[in-house]
Design a protein around this ligand. Structure first.
Ligand code: HT7
Ligand code: ZN
Length: 863
């Protein structure tokens, strides 16, 4: 397979400054006429051919400077044009006509049809499925686009920028012409056409300019767009306030589509979203859905500056825009929580996700630095490493430089690079120069894969009243990187003493070993380190249970309070122990503490995920871990049954539904209580769950009740599942929940294995292999979110996985490649699991027609 290497980057030989597209939309045969103005690029040499990329296109004609041109070669991937006027030294015009077939495009890259409407997805390399072009992010041009279509089928025609003009055409056709005033790379091009309607708002931005905001959806979904619009308006105001960044377009549009490979896409002025991240009403969307919509809307909006105004030189720099934009959306969502403890809740949620998904990635066969050095298929590198670890790296600048210093760095970054395609080094230099800091060593975060380990050794000398901590950093070898250089690791710490007289400090760990000494301590302090998770590391710290209990009950850093609870639970589960009396008492005190946020309590009482527990083991027996974790949970449920019952009553949220942080925190804790009660004694508490299912006025409560019934194998679950399907049969996103819940049911005594249900669900008339959301809700939910059912000693889960990857790959390689990653960590598992996983991987590898996407993932897993 072909590999692309970061160090082989060359600036373009030719570049483009103006693009005109005329697109006649037809599902069976769309005709694309392009007129591009080409001029020498930074690597130009006289006489060099112009090499354009194109994929799955039917070539029709080529003209140069108005004349038919015959000096070209056409391959399935390239259109290579020779004999250019004046050896290519002067600007010349290339006109190409080509054809594509949107209705046959199940990859959902390029131009495709979803429910009768047209959509595009061009990042990373989809524009080449629309026309032959220099489809690379460092070629930035101005676009003018005319869309034509039959008016009855496509009354709405949208593209980037401003609407210049619309026209009625013969035979029931019509057209719209759009112009984007900003330079952009081809990956930010978009068009949407079809039967859509919008809600709109006009807002005034900081400079006093009026802006039109629109959210376009299928007409029946209009009533579900208010929350997305509110989120967009809040994002616009936040970016002005926090970063001084104003919306630069007269019009900003969001469009929702039901078939989409990822969450959303930041096309300039025309964001395209998976419906899952736009549509919400209390009756159909959970609190998590509401929060996700807010954060994805913000994320895509924030890309308007971090990604669009300043873009990436090449795809190795992806984290330049993605890490930075995730950091910005995390900060936005934290601010929306409305309180300091709300901010901490958001931080815990973000770190939990990082540790569940990114830490395993960084220790597995797909490990890569946040700025990878090599890839075969770029779409495989839209990873939790590039996004979430990338965000942690950006957060560390802020920790080192302070919020004001970080802002100075951002201001300089935009001053230097507005309108350019740049690198992660340019970002680092802006941060360093704006603050007069040498950040040379910080570069190692960009170039080295793997999660650093920091070992903590503490020593208290009572006679000297002196306390010392020695920190040692290391990082396991990863592919192509046998030795790691030390990272620059900012560690927030505080010594917890009875006098409560120590302040928080920032330790900068830059060497392999470093020691810090603290004087005048009358007693041995308890160390609270890596507060607020100031660095994305593993902490090797043999802290006593007594110290962890102290931190759990009284650390003033809520993150570390939560962390202490997680570490206590983790150690006990991994040692197959049940919670002891001291821990149960600590849980009880936390639950009863009126000063603590319900949302925080819910997080503290939620046990570490199985995927995180796996990472702590040398050889994983998934069934043993499941059993130990479940037993631990049942003990908490039983020992605190009275408290759970009281909490269930106290956390009711009467009155009209609000999706804000306060009410959603109460619902989260109430529903944890419900689940714990079912865990403790399902026969006693099932009627309460059934009642909650029936009377709920919102999806959070209805779904939580249904999930409790299904997961605990309550007999009423069957009827409630039937009722749920009938109630929401016309709402695809809710039906996804129905599928997802059944596929993620852990094993239940007396019920058939979940795999038999999943196989039936795959035959269900509403299951569609070409809809990524549905595939995720059935197949991914089972293979990636249901470890206890998936990892069966007979290997049946892995056989199902292999069958599914092979079935999905010809339809949608990107979605198949994601599913393929479910077996990444196979080497970590004990026998017989390991051999059975390997057999599954080998079966997939043997398929001769595997896509490059899936081949890369499987190849690395087996390599
Ligand atoms: N920047 C967007 C990336 C994206 C994408 C990439 C590959 C294939 C399909 C895709 N859809 C969207 C998403 C984001 O980070 O905002
Ligand atoms: Zn993004």
């Amino acid at each position: 397979p072909q590999s692309f290497r970061r160090l082989e980057y060359r600036p373009p030989v030719y570049t483009v400054d103006q693009v005109e597209l005329d697109i006649a939309l037809d599902p069976a045969r769309t005709i694309i006429k392009s007129r591009i103005e080409v001029l020498p690029g930074k690597s130009f040499e006289a006489g060099a051919p112009l090499v354009l990329v194109g994929q799955e296109l039917e070539f029709v004609s080529l003209r140069i400077n108005g004349e038919a041109h015959r000096h070209f070669e056409l391959t399935p991937e390239f259109l290579t044009i020779h004999s250019l006027p004046n050896e290519g030294k002067d600007k010349f015009i290339v006109e190409i006509i080509c054809v594509c077939v949107p209705e046959k495009n199940t990859s959902l890259m390029g131009l495709y049809v979803s429910n009768g409407n047209f959509f595009t997805q061009c990042e990373a390399e989809g524009f080449r499925k629309i026309t032959y072009f220099l489809d690379r992010p460092d070629v930035m041009a101005r676009y003018r686009v005319t869309l034509r279509a039959r008016e009855a089928e496509c009354p709405v025609l949208l593209s980037n920028g401003n609407l210049l003009n619309t026209e009625k055409l013969p035979n029931g056709w019509h057209s719209a012409t759009w112009e984007d005033p900003f330079l952009k790379p081809s990956y930010l091009f978009a068009l949407v056409a079809g039967k859509l309607e919008c809600i709109e708002e006009t807002i005034t931005t900081s400079s006093g300019a009026k802006k039109l905001l629109q959210i376009w959806v299928e007409p029946h979904d209009l009533k579900k767009t208010r929350h997305a619009m509110d989120s967009l308006i809040a994002s616009i105001h936040w970016d002005e306030k926090r970063f001084g960044l104003e919306l630069d377009l007269e019009r900003f549009m969001i469009v929702a589509v039901g078939d989409f490979n990822m969450g959303a896409m930041e096309n300039k002025g025309l964001n395209i979203f998976n419906t899952k991240f736009v549509l919400a009403q209390p009756e159909t969307a959970t609190d998590t859905d509401f929060a996700n919509i807010e954060s994805v809307v913000a994320h895509e909006y924030f890309h308007n500056w971090t990604g669009n105004r300043v873009t990436c030189q090449d795809w190795f720099q992806l984290s330049l825009k993605e890490g930075l934009t995730v950091f910005r959306d995390q900060e936005f969502s934290a601010d929306q929580m409305g309180s300091e403890s709300g901010r901490a809740v958001k931080r815990i949620e973000d770190v939990r996700l990082l540790r569940q998904l990114q830490f395993p990635e960084d220790a597995g066969p797909m490990a890569h630095p946040i700025r990878p050095d090599e890839y075969q298929e770029i779409s495989n590198f839209y990873t939790v490493t590039v996004y979430e670890k990338g965000s942690e790296v950006v957060r560390m600048y802020q920790t080192l430089l302070g919020q004001a210093g970080f802002r100075k760095g951002m201001d300089l970054y935009f001053k230097r690079h507005d309108g350019q395609a740049v690198t992660c080094d340019d970002f680092l230099m802006a941060m360093a120069d704006a603050n007069g800091r040498d950040l040379t060593q910080f570069r190692n975060w960009y170039s080295q894969a793997g999660t650093p380990r920091v070992k903590v050794q503490e020593h208290y000398d009572a006679s000297k009243k002196q306390y010392q901590i020695a920190l040692t950093q290391s990082c396991a070898p990863s592919s192509g990187q046998p030795e790691k250089k030390p990272f620059h690791i900012p560690l927030k710490m505080r010594l917890i003493t009875q006098g409560n007289d120590q302040v928080e400090q920032l330790l900068e760990l830059t060497q392999a070993n470093q020691t810090w000494t603290f004087d005048n301590l009358d007693e041995r302090p308890v160390l609270s380190i890596n507060r607020n998770f100031s660095a994305p590391i593993h902490l090797d710290f043999d802290q006593s249970e007594a110290d962890l209990l102290t931190l759990f009950s009284s650390d003033d850093d809520p993150f570390n309070r939560w962390e202490a609870a997680q570490r206590l639970a983790m150690q006990m589960i991994l040692n197959n122990r049940l919670p002891d009396e001291r821990l149960i008492n600590a849980y009880r005190n936390l639950l009863l503490d009126p000063k603590l946020d319900p949302a925080f309590k819910e997080l503290a009482l939620t046990l570490p995920a199985e995927s995180y527990l796996y990472e702590q083991c040398a050889s994983v027996d998934p069934q043993k871990i499941y059993a130990a974790r479940r037993a631990f949970r049942r003990e908490i449920a039983k020992q605190l049954q009275l408290e759970w019952a009281a909490i269930y009553q106290q956390m009711q949220t009467p009155g009209p539904f609000k999706s804000d942080a306060v009410d959603s925190g109460k619902r989260a804790l109430k529903n944890l209580a419900l689940s714990m009660l079912l865990e403790a004694n399902k026969d006693v508490w099932a009627p309460m769950a059934v009642n909650q299912y029936r009377v709920a006025d919102n999806m959070t409560d209805r779904y939580a009740a249904l999930a409790g019934l299904v997961i605990h194998g309550v007999k009423e679950a069957k009827d409630c599942l039937i009722d749920f399907y009938e109630r929401f049969a016309n709402d695809a996103l809710v039906i996804d929940k129905w599928f997802g819940l059944q596929s993620s049911r852990p094993p239940v005594d007396g019920l058939e294995p979940t795999l038999s249900d999943v196989k039936k669900l795959r035959e269900h008339p509403a299951f569609k292999m070409n809809n990524p959301n549905r595939v995720r809700s059935v197949i991914h939910a089972f293979c990636s979110n249901n470890p206890a059912s998936f990892h069966q000693a007979d290997g049946s889960g892995y056989e199902f996985w292999a069958d599914s990857v092979l079935a999905l790959d010809p339809i949608n390689p990107q979605v198949a490649a994601r599913l393929a990653r479910a077996l990444d960590r196979w080497r970590l598992f004990a026998q017989p699991y390991q051999d059975k996983m390997k057999a599954g991987l080998e079966r997939v590898a043997a398929c001769p027609t595997l896509s490059p996407d899936t081949r890369e993932v499987i190849g690395k897993a087996l390599g």
